[in-house]
Design a protein around this ligand. Sequence first.
Ligand code: IPT
Length: 265
Amino acid sequence: RTLGLITTDLALHAPSQIASAVKSRAGERGVSVMISMVEQPEFCQAALQELLAQRVEGLLVNVPLDDAEAEKIRHLAAPVPVLFFDVSPSANVHRLAFDAEQGATLGAEHLLSLGHQQIALLAGPESSVSSRARLAGWQARLGQADIAPCAIAHGDWSAASGYEKGHQLLSGATLPDAILVANDQMALGVMRACAEKGIAVPGQISVVGFDDTADSAWFSPPLTTIRQAFRDAGERSVEWLLSPATDELWQTQLPVTLVERHSSA
Ligand code: IPT
């Protein structure tokens, strides 16, 4: 038996940890997984054709897709079931996804509870559904507390972009006292920028990430972040694909949790 995984850049920590979990659970079930990595969402259809030609019996798609793109893939693949990781709840497809709004709310509430008011936001790329949902969630929660973010920037999920945008956010008229970052790799770059400017984390600035990838506890200081249980998601997705109930839409929202470490105070 063979499953297919169409994934975004595996050089990024989160997709690689999902792929790893998918591979190991499938291995335990005696199932192989063919992986196709796409650099741009437009290449998803080609990847799909390639995997269907290999007669995969189910497909996982971890590429940020807009509703219409995801629905197209679902129809092209039928009757082979497809499960999506990175689409909005409004897409008419089977979906297993982390609750971005809950994650954003937890991060914002954590900083508010610490008394921070000058909060900068470092979002992910505008092209990503999850990135937009996290940014909207932060803005909604801060808005409820009557706080406007003191600056907003977008990175591309990489540590390098976090470093570059971090320097930008730290050079504005007001120095933020906290930064909400849309993923841990960018938070790593932000903390490097803080170190270069002689700004103490968490003494002068609190930094909160998103993901809790395996390395985040080893950053210096260890990163406070929103945990997405990638292993759990990967395992559940394989179990579903091996006995899919496709009569109805299967949409599962996975909870996320705040992991308090030492980058926030
Ligand atoms: C999302 C990660 O949070 C982010 O760090 C980045 O790796 C991104 O994936 C790549 O697309 S997790 C995804 C399942 C929403």
